[in-house]
Design a binder for this molecule. Sequence first.
Ligand SMILES: C[S@@+](CC[C@H](N)C(=O)[O-])C[C@H]1O[C@@H](n2cnc3c(N)ncnc32)[C@H](O)[C@@H]1O
Length: 250
Amino acid sequence: MNNNKKKERWIQHYSSSHKILLIGEGDFSFSACLAKAFRNAANMVATCLHTKGGLLVVMEMLPVRHWTSTAHLQDLEKLGCLVLYEVDVHNMNEHPDLKQMKFDVILFNFPHAGHYSWLHERDSILIRMHQDLIAAYFKTAKEMVQEEGEIHVTVRDDYPYNTWEVEKLAECAGLQLKDKVEFRQENYPGYHNKRGGNINCNKKFPLKACYTYKFTLKVSAVEISDGSEVNDSASSELTSIITTVEDLQI
Ligand SMILES: C[S@@+](CC[C@H](N)C(=O)[O-])C[C@H]1O[C@@H](n2cnc3c(N)ncnc32)[C@H](O)[C@@H]1O
């Protein structure tokens, strides 16, 4: 018997033997929850869009946005998790610390393009912005996932969040749905969901009906010239969504 072999530990869909990348963390409480369940986080890379912070206090800093993050970051550090700041879904595959890595699971809980006092969640402009964010996540995550790996996204299923067409965006990116499972906050002890954005950033939002979608690379995806794989007709649809959002220049 190999006594050096570490015991595999699971929490829901996530195993201590997976190489896991977490995107768009709020106060890092979800990462900390996984790390504690595994009792070691050497298999995890936890990231956020915010800057780490320094002498000059600005809104973009994590400790300003999420002052509840301090304890979670301490836990993650103790357990050996790599924490990265300023990781943007639009170019995360080019990030110097990430570009050489491949992951078994990449996950983004509750992607959201931000809050604007002049926009409502039901407004098509904001819906397009959320779709653009998720489409960008799928596009870059695809480059970073192992061949047999999974790309997860957890979203709300109540209106208007259920109009985001997550499955269609994934299809456009050359991904296929493997599973869709209900997300229950109580399954992740210590996790506190955060609104993000500029308005009441550290506050929670209602988690009524939420689902984690698990996608894998599509087997029948067509090879295109730059080496990435994408479904032809779906690809042009995705481009049109992104172009529309870029045209708005918000
Ligand atoms: C509703 S919050 C959810 C935060 C956290 N995942 C949670 O479950 O509490 C949306 C998150 O998306 C992140 N986000 C928005 N745009 C992003 C981008 N371009 N790249 C990476 N993360 C982004 C924000 O920083 C924010 O933390």
